[in-house]
Design a protein around this ligand. Structure first.
Ligand code: ATP
Ligand code: MN
Length: 471
C-alpha cells in the first residue's frame, strides 16, 4: 500500500473532498452489482460508516469476493463528494487490501437475529455492532466526564481496596476471596474453617463499597472520590443489578446532607449535559433505534430542579395513591423499604421529575448514617438520601455520616456488630471528627439513563450476573 497515513472515519466524514486518504476498518455491508461495489466501512470512531466505492474492473475478482461483512480492510483512494444520500463524502478506492478475512457463514453477527437478547449470547462480538459501539463510546465519555467533574472541583481520586475483610456496610452479600483448597479445607478443633491458613490469615471478600475507606480519605484530604469495580453476590436477576458493577463514591469533609444533595444534583446534570454536548451522534442513533424519548428526557433533566421530599412525606403520597386505587405488588407503610415500583411511582407518576428522598427510618439504613435529633420514639430517622430517576428508580444512595463517636458506637452496639474489624473506621470519630457526607452513583445505572437501554447487561461490555460469567 502507498505510504500515506490512515485517517479515522470520524475525521474523514468531516474532511474536505479532493484529497487522497487511507481508511482502515471492518466491513459492515457490501452491496452493488457486477460493475460497482459499495462497501460500508466502520472503524469504531463513530457510529457512521464511510462508503467505499469500488469499480470492479480495477480490482482482482478474487479480492472483491474476499470482501465480506466482518472482514477488515485497508483502503486508499480519493475522498470525493458523495452523490448518494446519507453522507457528505465517500472514498473512490484505488487500492484495497483485505487485512483479515471473515467467514460469512460462521460470523456471529451475520445472523438475522440482532436482538439485544441474542447479542448477549455473543457478547465477545457484539462490541462490533453500531449499538455497542455507541454504548462503549458513551461509557468512555461518561468516565472521562466523571474524572473531569471532580478534578475541576479539586477532589482527589482515591483508590480503595477491592479485597477487604469488612462487610461493615452490610450493603450486599459478598464474594469470598480465598486460596484455600476447597476440596480439602483446613478446620479448627470446633470444625469451623481455619482462616488463619488462608492467604491473608483471615476471611476476606470482594468489596461491596469503598465508602468506609473513602471516609478515611475525606477526613484527611477533604474531598475524595472513588471510581472502581464493586461486587455484590445478590441473587437478584433484575434488569438493574449486576454482580460486578462500577461505582463512583465521592466523600466530603465539612458537607452536611444539603451540601451532599446539591453536589449529587449538580454532578448528574453535569454528566447528562456532557453527554448531550459530546455524544450527540451516538445518542441520536440510540434515540432512533431504541427509545425515541431519550434525548428529550436527557434535556429535561438538565433543566429541572430535582424534587426533594422526605421518606415520611413519600409514604403519605404512596398511601394516598393506594387509597385512590393504585395497586402495588408490595405494601407500603412507614418503616418499609421502598421497592422499585414505589420509587418509579413517585418519579414518573407523582412528581414527573427526579426525586431526592431523605430522612429514612433508622432501621432500614446502615449504621453509619447520621441520626436525626428529636424523633418520636419508634419513628427514628437518619440523614440518608436516595436520588430516584425515571425508568430506573434508585441511581444514587448516600447520606450524611454520623460524626459523633458516642452515637456511632452506641449504634454499632445496638446492632450487635463486631467492632473488631471496625476500630480503624471509628478512629475517624476519635481523632478530629468532622461532619461529612458522601454518596454512591452506580455507573451502569447512570448509563441506563444516558443511553436509554432498559437492561443493565447492555451497558457494560461483559456483564456478570447469577450463573453468567462468560467472556
Ligand atoms: P438497590 O436498592 O437498587 O439494590 P442499593 O440500595 O443496594 O441499591 P447502594 O448500596 O445504595 O445500593 O449503592 C449505591 C448505588 O450503587 C445505587 O444507588 C445503585 O446506583 C448502584 N448499585 C447498587 N447495587 C447495584 C447492582 N447490583 N448493580 C448495579 N448497580 C448497583
Ligand atoms: Mn441505596
Amino acid at each position: 500500500m502507498d505510504q500515506i497515513t490512515r485517517t479515522k472515519v470520524k475525521d474523514l466524514l468531516k474532511s474536505a473532498p479532493g484529497q487522497e486518504v487511507m481508511a482502515k476498518g471492518w466491513v459492515r455491508t457490501k452491496r452493488g452489482n457486477k460493475q460497482i461495489k459499495f462497501i460500508a466501512l466502520n472503524d469504531g470512531s463513530t457510529v457512521y460508516n464511510i462508503q467505499i466505492v469500488a469499480d470492479t474492473s480495477r480490482f482482482d475478482e478474487d479480492l472483491i469476493r474476499r470482501i465480506t461483512t466482518g472482514c477488515s480492510l485497508c483502503v486508499v483512494g480519493q475522498l470525493v463528494e458523495s452523490v448518494g444520500s446519507g453522507q457528505a463524502v465517500e472514498i473512490h478506492a484505488r487500492q484495497i487490501e483485505v487485512i483479515g478475512e471473515c467467514d460469512p457463514v460462521r460470523y456471529p453477527l451475520q445472523k438475522k437475529d440482532t436482538s439485544l437478547e441474542y447479542l448477549r449470547t455473543v457478547a465477545h462480538m457484539r462490541l462490533r455492532t453500531n449499538t455497542f459501539g455507541a454504548i462503549l463510546r458513551i461509557r468512555h465519555a461518561m468516565a472521562f466526564a466523571i474524572h473531569k467533574f471532580f478534578n475541576d472541583k479539586g477532589f482527589v481520586y482515591l483508590n480503595t481496596p477491592l479485597i477487604t475483610e469488612s462487610d461493615a456496610e452490610g450493603a450486599g452479600d459478598m464474594f469470598q476471596v480465598t486460596t484455600l483448597d476447597l476440596g480439602n479445607v483446613p478446620t479448627k478443633e470446633n470444625g469451623k474453617v481455619d482462616f488463619s491458613k488462608d492467604f491473608f490469615g483471615k476471611k476476606t471478600s470482594l468489596t461491596v463499597s469503598g465508602q468506609l475507606e473513602g471516609e478515611l480519605g475525606a477526613t484527611a484530604v477533604g474531598e475524595i472520590y472513588t471510581f472502581g469495580p464493586t461486587f455484590r453476590a445478590e441473587n437478584s436477576n433484575t434488569p438493574r443489578h449486576l454482580a460486578e458493577f462500577w461505582m463512583i463514591e465521592p466523600e466530603m469533609a465539612f458537607y452536611d446532607i444539603n451540601d451532599n444533595m446539591v453536589l449529587a444534583e449538580e454532578f448528574i446534570k453535569y454528566l447528562v449535559a456532557y453527554a448531550l454536548e459530546n455524544c450527540m451522534d451516538d445518542l441520536k442513533f440510540l434515540n432512533d433505534k431504541y427509545d425515541d424519548a431519550l434525548i428529550e428526557r436527557l434535556r429535561s433533566v438538565t433543566g429541572i430542579a430535582f424534587q426533594r421530599v422526605t421518606y415520611t412525606e413519600a409514604v403519605e403520597i404512596l398511601e394516598a395513591a393506594v387509597a385512590a386505587g393504585t395497586t402495588f405488588e408490595f405494601p407500603v407503610h412507614w418503616g418499609t423499604d421502598f421497592q422499585s415500583e414505589h420509587e418509579r411511582y413517585l418519579v414518573e407518576k407523582h412528581f414527573g421529575k427526579p426525586v431526592i428522598l431523605t430522612d429514612f427510618p433508622r432501621d432500614i439504613k446502615a449504621f453509619y448514617m447520621k441520626q436525626n435529633e428529636g424523633c418520636a420514639p419508634g419513628r427514628e430517622t437518619v440523614r440518608g438520601m436516595d436520588v430516584l430517576f425515571p425508568k430506573i428508580g434508585e441511581i444514587i444512595g448516600g447520606s450524611e455520616r454520623e460524626a459523633s463517636l458516642e452515637k456511632l458506637e452506641r449504634r454499632i452496639d445496638e446492632l450487635g456488630m463486631s467492632r473488631r474489624n471496625l476500630e480503624w473506621y471509628i478512629d475517624t470519630r476519635r481523632y478530629g471528627t468532622v461532619p461529612h457526607s458522601g454518596f454512591g452513583l452506580g455507573f451502569e445505572r447512570l448509563l441506563l439513563f444516558v443511553t436509554g437501554m432498559s437492561n443493565i447487561r447492555d451497558v457494560i461490555p461483559f456483564p456478570r450476573t447469577p450463573k453468567n460469567a462468560e467472556f
